[in-house]
Design a protein around this ligand. Sequence first.
Ligand code: F6P
Length: 322
Amino acid sequence: MKSIAVLTSGGDSPGMNACIRAVVRTALYHKMDIWGIKRGYEGLMDDEFEKLDSKSVANIIQRGGTVLKTARSTRFMTDEGLRLASESLKRKGIEGLIVIGGDGTFRGALALEKLSGLHIVGCPGTIDNDLRGTDFTIGYDTAINTVIEAVDRIRDTAESHERLFFVEVMGRDAGLIALRSGIGAGAEAILIPETPTDIDDLVRRLEGGRKDKSSKIVIVSEHDAAGGAFKIAETVKAKLPYYDTRVTILGHIQRGGNPTCMDRVNASRMGFASVEALRAGKKGVMVGVVNNTISYTPFANAVKHLQELDPHLLRMVEILSL
Ligand code: F6P
């Protein structure tokens, strides 16, 4: 394989730049031409290619976001969009494509690979950690560290004012950010979409436990079936009127910031492995790290959202926060 390209697509995540750097430098080591495609699939349809060299990726390993820019493209998933993308790659003589992104990115890659016959390999870049075939997606570790830092700060003020806080975190329809950061921050309760939320049970738990507790923190994963943090806080407040209650939505601060060492290392390993995978003739797979070992999962399996949550973890949270 003489010429390959790389793009980032969907929501950005800290560590994407480390992955791009690894892809570029590995490809150059093997004397391949390496093209960067701007704005994900949008730029691919619009011919936004840039030839990359070693210097193009200097000093980016530590930076959040993606130097290639990203987009969520609905146009790409039309017949016309896929045709444009396929022709654009063929015109440039590109034989292999590396896509860094999440669920939507890999669904797009599946469709493009089917139409174009091109070899495509993926690296999991999303803060949500909602892909099968990797223990951790690129950006997840940074996001959960951002959340615990924010919740630690909230805990300080919650303690001083003796308040009950509801903190809403991202994750789309997966509760992994909430679960892990909630454990790390010592939350009193964690509400996630994967398990039904019973408000009466939550109220009982908030009332139970040590009576001399000054502050209580409930982590709410966005898209919890009981509603967002504001709605849940309102319902709880109606049942516990004597609590001084506040709500914080953490939002997009979870997507930015310098990647943690773990994200930089995983991103570097996966970027490196994705080029090696293309050279070995692999296609239609997402590179992951499972049990500290590189693994390859077909796109169709990676996007199945079957990350199972350990039910013992939620029980542990109840016991540890007493
Ligand atoms: O998939 C990453 C993510 O940050 C989700 O956690 C969140 O639901 C969504 O993207 C937000 O998307 P946008 O940045 O397009 O508002």
